[in-house]
Ligand binder design. Structure first.
Ligand code: UDP
Ligand code: MG
Length: 322
């Protein structure tokens, strides 16, 4: 029997694109079934991430119409990463492979074919990688590039130009779910899972309809989350910085001593006041960064659930059609 595929699609206020996404994905699934690449029990699973519009009722209608659709409803908005994880954790017991993609059809759904081929070749993780960023605004492109560079510099293993369009085999998904941390940055965690992996490149288009659910504020939070959850190098930098400041202060001490023995005590006010400012600033900055990590530790110790599923719609019909 062919392997079962689940396509997990997180949706937050996606009523404008949902009908088109559902139509295209079910066509894709039918095509893949006909080609004998996936089994009849394959599904398209929409995860409603606490949408405020008609998204969940539309998912409900889709599920009622066609057993190929499945739905997961989160009790409130928990963000893209958690919605994805909720979908994966629900799908993992039914699926042999799980593909995650955005609801807005920006990711070329035809790349799924190549991902499934790579899976059949024995890969457990297949990363969808954007072939270019030409369509992005200059701002988004340069900030994204700076972000990837910074992460690399900080020692985090992350696949360049890969977002959350990927295929996971069942065992890779199970391994991913065994990461218990609350501050989850999937792009950084998936490479930690290991197993054989490869990449498939695709052209990323415009959002089919609706507005981006990632405004600048959310994007910055996401970047900060990624950095602080993947790397503790900032602490190392503080340590090195502190060591450097100590060395400089030694020189200053000698200088102050020499000045004192020469009798020029009152001049030097400038250097004193500069030291106070520089050190004050450095200390404050250092305390801020350490605070970031303490805050993280605090959140982790609480071990809050990453999501709470309110209800699951999942037809067990074998042929995927009704
Ligand atoms: N999304 C989500 N919860 C959120 C924000 C976004 O599930 O709180 C979903 C959204 O529905 C979409 C995906 O995450 O399927 C990516 O969002 P979007 O396309 O708006 O981001 P962009 O492509 O602009 O970075
Ligand atoms: Mg998008």
């Amino acid at each position: 029997m062919e392997d079962t595929l689940y396509i997990v699609v997180p949706c937050y206020n996606e009523q404008e694109v949902l009908p088109e996404t559902a139509r295209r994905l079910s066509e894709k699934l039918a095509e893949l079934k006909n080609q004998g690449k996936i089994g009849a029990a394959s599904r398209i699973m929409f995860v409603n991430d606490g949408s405020k519009d008609q998204t969940w009722s539309m998912i409900g209608e889709l599920c009622a119409q066609d057993a190929v659709f499945a739905g997961v409803n989160l009790s409130r908005n928990r963000g893209h990463q958690n919605a994805l994880l909720a979908g994966i954790s629900t799908a993992v017991s039914h699926a042999d492979m799980i593909v995650s993609m955005d609801a807005d059809l920006q990711d070329d759904i035809h790349a799924v074919d190549a991902m499934i081929d790579a899976y059949h070749e024995g890969n457990d993780v297949v990363y969808g990688v954007r072939s270019s960023r030409q369509r992005d605004t200059f701002f988004k492109r340069s900030t994204a590039q700076a972000f990837y560079r910074l992460l690399k510099l900080l020692g985090a293993e992350i696949v360049y130009n890969h977002a959350d369009y990927r295929l996971l085999s069942r065992r890779a998904a199970e391994a991913l779910l065994s990461f218990d941390e609350v501050n989850l940055f999937l792009r950084g965690i998936v490479p930690m899972v290991g197993f054989r992996s490869t990449t498939v490149s695709y052209e990323r288009g415009e959002r089919f309809a609706g507005k981006s659910k990632y405004p600048l504020g959310k994007m910055l939070t996401f970047a900060l989350e990624g950095i602080t959850s993947l790397s503790i190098k900032p602490i190392r930098m503080i340590t090195i910085g502190g060591l450097f400041v100590c060395l400089v202060s030694l020189v200053m001490l000698v200088k102050a001593f020499v000045d004192y023995s020469l009798g020029n005590v009152v001049p030097g006010w400038t250097s004193v006041i500069i030291s106070i400012w520089v050190l004050g600033g450095l200390q404050l900055f250092a305390i801020g960064i350490i605070g970031e990590y303490i805050g993280k530790t605090y959140m982790e110790t609480k071990a809050r659930p990453k999501f709470i599923i309110e209800s699951v719609l999942l037809s067990e019909e074998k042929d995927g059609e009704s």
